[in-house]
Write a protein that binds this ligand. Structure first.
Ligand SMILES: [Zn+2]
Length: 237
């Protein structure tokens, strides 16, 4: 999962916090800062990308919306329909999960052939449990076998991105030019699934650096100069 920087609450020309009349108004600024990608599954989307509340605005049992959560800039991410609806109004204790805006989530999840996503093996048990919680909260583990709903394309799209990234890697091995590198980055940006591309190009520091720079809002402090993940300042992993 791509670690992102949402930044501080937007301000107007006088430096005052912008007050959103509707939380949906935050969408444009969130996209400008973090790119047009679902914060969880990393799919690239246009109109179907929504402002997502980490803590639900109307948790089970609540009679009305929690207005503080509803307009809290730090509670916002971006999500596709599938991640958003799977997560629904599930009440969450933030500390029980890993979030892409506060942890180095690239280090905590493992992407593998076939478009699979699991908690990373090399992290502490505590973090693995939190990573698993995040996967289940958003349904990122869903596949046709355990979720035959045809409308959930996340796994298929991730597998497709994996295959395209693999072919791109082979093409680069045949033709190692900066033009080829540019084309691959363009394809990655258009397709999304940054973590898949980072995994397939794990032995190529140059491509990893390019991927980190190309996707808006990727947390640069989460990686060393070779594009390997490092501990996030203030985060747990
Ligand atoms: Zn998603």
């Amino acid at each position: 999962m791509r670690p992102v920087v949402r930044g501080t609450r937007p301000v107007d020309e006088e430096g005052n916090d912008i007050q959103f009349a509707e939380y949906q108004q935050a969408r444009g600024e969130l996209i400008r800062r973090m790119g047009q990608y679902c914060s969880y599954c990393e799919m690239k989307l246009d109109s179907a990308l929504s402002v997502e509340h980490k803590r639900p605005i109307k948790p089970p049992g609540a009679a009305t919306d929690d207005l503080e959560r509803k307009f809290d800039w730090n509670n916002f991410l971006l999500a596709c329909v599938n991640c958003n609806s799977t997560k629904g109004n599930t009440e969450v204790q933030l500390g029980d999960y890993l979030w892409p805006d506060s942890e180095n989530t690239f280090r905590s999840f493992r992407y593998s052939e076939g478009g699979l996503i699991d908690p990373a093996l090399e992290i502490e048990l505590d973090l693995r449990l939190k990573a698993q919680n995040t996967i289940e909260l958003t349904g990122l583990h869903k596949q046709p076998l355990n979720n035959p709903t045809a409308s959930d394309r996340r796994w298929r799209n991730r597998r497709e991105a994996w295959d395209i990234a693999q072919r791109s890697r082979q093409n680069l091995a045949q033709c190692n030019t900066s033009l080829m590198k540019d084309q691959i980055i363009d394809t990655a940006e258009a397709k999304g699934y940054w973590s898949v591309w980072m995994t397939v190009f794990e032995d190529n520091p140059d491509m990893r650096r390019r991927l980190i720079c190309a996707f808006p809002g990727t947390c640069p402090d989460c990686f060393d100069s070779d594009g390997n993940p490092v501990a996030r300042l203030g985060g747990q992993c």
